[in-house]
Design a protein around this ligand. Structure first.
Ligand code: NDP
Ligand code: 2IT
Length: 446
């Protein structure tokens, strides 16, 4: 390791003990930025790297609520306001039992670079709770969301901090959160994104992350004179990002053969076509069932406790969660012919897996570039809310495609090495950094 990265990381670890995911995300960025900053000492003099790794504000709060049996339950709520140099804090809320400070700080940190890459004026933030929506009734989810927002509403606002969805937070939760914000603040505004179409939401926002990850894969393949047409893809997860990844991939002539959840993977070598996908959407979004049921319905294999990375595929779209691809998984993927990885999830590949991709020079689009389509369309939702004028599906989708192309171009600009290989990790980290760092320099020591 570069001794300057090591020195920097020792300080980050000492200041943020017991936060392994945050350390992991910061180290990946530091490895790209330390050599870049050496050539651009103005950032070093202003200690931008030290400042950018320190959240501007962390809010931590109690979320008490009453379950259907009448018992009191207590969860913990968080909002990390990481960086507002180029716009108000923007980023999702995650409701999942694994949520803790480390995970939310890693996600907020990634969000700063991702949002900068979109070209839209958004700072970075993230929040959530260790609340588990699984197995809860709609009423329980509503009461939890109301309690969560009762505290959160003091800290956010349409020009201050604009949350959205992430794992465990979809249209239903955004609805309950928005209702409570409006009630307490007496204000109908664009304080959240991912809203319903009838009350300020944007067309294409539900689709945007998955579609964007597929557009990004297509851009990467184009650099090698190739495309997704005829490609076989392994997709993990079966939530929002996974579903719309499968949809766009199918529309572009590719074939998705897997989906998964935290219990296991379904393998359908015939492909998950539009009809099967609408069945999955009903299963996951309305019935809130498990992906295992797909195997029974369509007569394919269910691999209990397994991830999708050992099936034969050309492309992988990890779309579930962090660190879901280990070094061994990455090696297996490559042995089976996979040569494109486009990350719908945030940090799904371990650092060792990333090393495997880079050494083999495959097309690897890291999350902060490949999954930026979601927050990009959130930015477009904010624009429409401010104009009080909705755009058509086509208008939003065209803008999304343009944004994904621009992100790809930025990665190529900052990530192309002397041998012509595009290291999208360096490209995304440096490309995302420059705009934020220059804004921080211009705004003085704040
Ligand atoms: P959803 O809640 O809609 O779906 C999450 C999916 O991932 C489910 O299938 C879930 O399975 C699975 N999953 C979650 N946690 C784990 C785990 N610890 N181990 C195995 N599987 C798990 O979330 P999204 O689709 O919105 O998010 C997926 C990923 O995409 C996350 O990394 C998120 O940060 C990222 N992302 C999301 C964006 C968005 O706009 N929604 C934007 C950019 C990135 P189970 O039901 O068993 O929990
Ligand atoms: O990780 C992400 O980019 C998101 N969960 C979406 C954030 C947003 O504000 O739309």
């Amino acid at each position: 390791m570069d001794p300057n990265v090591e020195k920097f990381m020792a300080r980050v670890k000492a200041r943020n003990p017991f936060e392994p995911e945050f350390h992991q995300a910061v180290q990946e960025v530091a490895e790209s930025l330390v050599p870049f900053i050496r050539e651009h000492p103005k950032y070093d003099h202003a200690r931008i790297l030290e400042r950018i790794t320190e959240p501007e504000r962390v809010v931590l709060f109690r979320v008490p609520w009453i379950n259907d049996k009448g018992d009191v339950e207590i969860n913990r709520g968080y909002r990390i306001e990481m960086n507002s140099a180029i716009g108000p804090y923007k980023g999702g809320l995650r409701f999942h039992p694994t949520v803790n400070l480390s995970i939310l700080k890693f996600l907020a940190f990634e969000q700063v670079f991702k949002n900068s890459l979109t070209t839209l004026p958004m700072g970075g933030g993230k929040g959530g709770s260790d609340f588990d929506p699984k197995g809860k009734s709609d009423n329980e989810v509503m009461r939890f969301c109301q309690s969560f927002m009762t505290e959160l509403c003091r800290h956010i606002g349409p020009n201050t901090d604009i949350p959205a969805g992430d794992i465990g937070v979809g249209g239903r939760e955004i609805g309950y959160l928005f209702g409570q914000y409006k009630r307490i603040r007496n204000e109908f505004s664009g304080v959240l994104t991912g809203k319903g179409l009838e009350w300020g939401g944007s067309l294409i926002r539900p689709e945007a992350t998955g579609y964007g990850a597929v557009y990004f894969a297509e851009e990467m393949l184009n650099t090698r004179g190739d495309s997704l047409k005829g490609k076989v893809a392994a997709v993990s997860g079966s939530g929002n990002v996974a579903q719309f990844t499968v949809q766009k991939l199918t529309q572009l002539g590719g074939k998705a053969v897997t989906l998964s959840d935290s219990n296991g993977t379904i393998y359908d070598p015939d492909g998950i076509d539009e009809e099967k996908l609408s069945w999955v959407m009903e299963l996951k979004n309305i019935k809130r069932g498990r992906i295992k049921e797909y195997a029974g319905k369509f007569g394919c294999q269910y691999l209990e406790g397994k991830r999708p990375w050992h099936v034969k595929c050309d492309v992988a779209f990890p779309s579930a969660t962090e660190n879901e691809i280990s070094k061994d998984d990455a090696e297996t993927l490559l042995e089976n012919g996979c040569h494109v990885v486009s990350e719908g999830a945030n940090m799904p590949s371990t650092p060792e897996a990333v090393e495997v991709y880079i050494r083999a020079k495959i097309l690897y689009g890291p999350g902060k570039a490949a999954n930026a389509g979601g927050v990009a369309v959130s930015g477009l939702e904010m624009t429409q809310n401010n104009m009080r004028l909705p755009w058509t599906r086509e208008e939003v989708d065209n803008r999304l495609q343009t944004i994904m192309k621009n992100i790809h171009r930025t990665c190529v600009k900052y990530g192309t090495g002397q041998d012509g290989f595009v290291n999208y990790v360096n490209g995304a980290n440096i490309g995302g950094f420059v705009k934020v760092a220059d804004a921080m320099l211009a705004q003085g020591v704040v």
